[in-house]
Design a protein around this ligand. Structure first.
Ligand code: EPZ
Length: 440
């Protein structure tokens, strides 16, 4: 896959066709973490030498990120399917135009990395999103605290500075994106930066480890206080991206929803603790090994209450998937999304399959039903799309899922991996039909 040919899949209508009711069984391998690699790829700009990234997932968010680097003047060469060599030293103009940035919300990480490298940046505002209001005020607050001037100019975020200086940054709420952007901007600032109320997700730690492997001086990543001592230059590095905790969680739920028995390989069990604990409460057997987890079910699924929280709480990116599982559990479950204010758009699609869910703001009340029925549905966003696949796998009959380009942003070879553990799922391209444009 070349960076120049990144395709977001938005212009062709592809759908998944799933014949449900088969128990998943066998082994599946988890790929590199999307939410780590979409931060690590832009971070390469900070280096004064080439970098080699390993365990890079083959997903559209990666190809878009690499395409942006390539269009800005970087050399991007795949050494094998999951290893890419990037030399970003050819980039001189810290601008990411709308045309390149519009396909991916995480393009805002180019703000922090370009500001950190060049002292200025001009990147298109991230689009609206299917999850509700997603402002970037905390990102801009961090940049301003470091000494930059931020303005919004015709849809572009324009950041200028006469140099960046270490400072104290206290986030008003826990935010993954702003924590990452603050780290990227601060690694070469003059002096010490202390980020308080920082996000603690595994991908924050992975980015810090990558930056430190290039010679940055970051302490405390994974806690709520991150200290960054600015350094003058960053050298090249070879770095392997961590496994994707959300992809792993998605397969854990898929195995449980089909009453299957699946060994999920290439995982870091510690990253999955909140998911493991919740599945156990629902009546799922979870067996942990050093780098793998086995999921099986030998009794009824039971109701549970779930509230999504920042790490190490239950991840919001697993909310649609666990809600789908709870549709199949006995009793009444309550799911609250403590992070986003509109992350239940998939509920209408599940209702088409016989789910009994009522939503009031950030809270969903789920009445377990014995069986979901296959139906034509449309993926509204990435994780909701994955949840609809899980519903189709568990349902009786055939489910067709449209707008699967959302799913392919974050899941590598999703249908192939599912077929490998016994699912009856195929991808069908409807030539000529264009998918509805959706803002990602
Ligand atoms: C990241 O989004 C992830 N995306 C999301 O994953 C994930 O759901 C989210 O973190 C929470 O874990 C990537 O890593 C690319 P936030 P991000 O800043 O950074 C509010 C997926 O499915 N907020 O932690 O945008 C915000 O509105 C995607 O892989 C502000 O108010 O999330 C939200 O309510 C979906 N102002 C809350 O904070 C800001 O400046 C948490 O958002 C920033 C955030």
């Amino acid at each position: 896959m070349s960076a120049a040919s990144a395709d977001t899949g938005e212009n062709t209508l592809e759908k998944f066709i799933i014949k449900g009711g088969r128990k998943l069984h066998g082994e599946v391998e988890i790929s590199g973490a999307k939410n780590a690699v979409v931060a690590i790829i832009p971070a390469v700009i900070l280096s004064d030498e080439p970098c080699v990234l390993e365990n890079v997932p083959n997903i559209s968010d990666v190809s878009i990120s690499l395409r942006i680097l390539y269009e800005m003047g970087a050399s991007v060469i795949f050494l094998d399917k999951h290893t890419v060599r990037i030399d970003a030293t050819g980039i001189t103009d810290p601008i990411v135009p709308y045309e390149m940035a519009k396909h991916m919300r995480a393009s805002y990480y180019f703000l922090g990395t370009l500001l950190g490298k060049f002292g200025r940046a001009r990147v298109s505002m991230p689009g609206g999103c299917d999850l509700g209001d997603r402002p970037i005020d905390q990102h801009l607050k961090a940049f301003a605290a470091l000494g930059a001037t931020c303005t919004i100019d015709r849809g572009m975020v324009d950041i200028q500075s006469e140099g960046l200086y270490g400072t104290q940054i206290y986030f008003d709420m826990v935010t993954v994106g702003a924590t990452i952007n603050a780290m990227l901007a601060a690694v070469k600032a003059t002096g010490m930066t202390v980020i308080e109320n920082a996000a603690k997700e595994p991908h924050i730690v992975d980015l810090a480890n990558f930056l430190n492997s290039m010679g940055a001086d970051i302490m405390g990543a994974g806690t709520d206080v991150i200290k960054i001592k600015g350094v003058k230059r960053l050298k090249g590095a070879a770095y392997a991206v961590i496994p994707d905790q959300i992809e792993a969680g998605t397969f854990m739920v898929a195995a449980a929803a089909t009453q299957g028995n699946v060994l999920i390989k290439n995982v870091i069990p510690k990253h999955l603790e909140s998911i493991t604990a919740k599945l156990a409460k629902i009546g799922v057997n979870v067996e942990e090994f050093d780098e793998s987890i086995r999921i099986s079910v030998d009794g009824p699924l039971v109701k549970a209450s779930v509230k999504t929280m920042p790490h190490p709480g239950f991840p919001t990116d697993m909310q649609p998937q666990i809600s789908t599982l709870l549709c199949l559990a006995e009793g009444t479950s309550i799911v609250t999304d403590g992070i986003f204010d509109n992350r239940f758009r998939y509920v209408n699609e599940l209702r088409r399959m016989g789910a009994d869910i009522s939503v009031d703001g950030k809270v969903a009340v789920i009445e377990g039903v014995g069986q979901l029925m296959g139906a034509p549905v449309t993926a509204p966003d990435l994780r909701a799309g994955a949840a609809l696949v899980i519903a189709g796998l568990a349902a009786k009959g055939v489910t067709e899922i449209e707008d699967i380009y959302h799913i392919e942003r974050g899941y590598e070879n999703f249908e192939e991996k599912l077929r490998g553990i016994g699912a009856d799922i195929i991808k069908k391209t409807v030539p000529g039909a264009a998918a509805r444009k959706a803002v990602v």
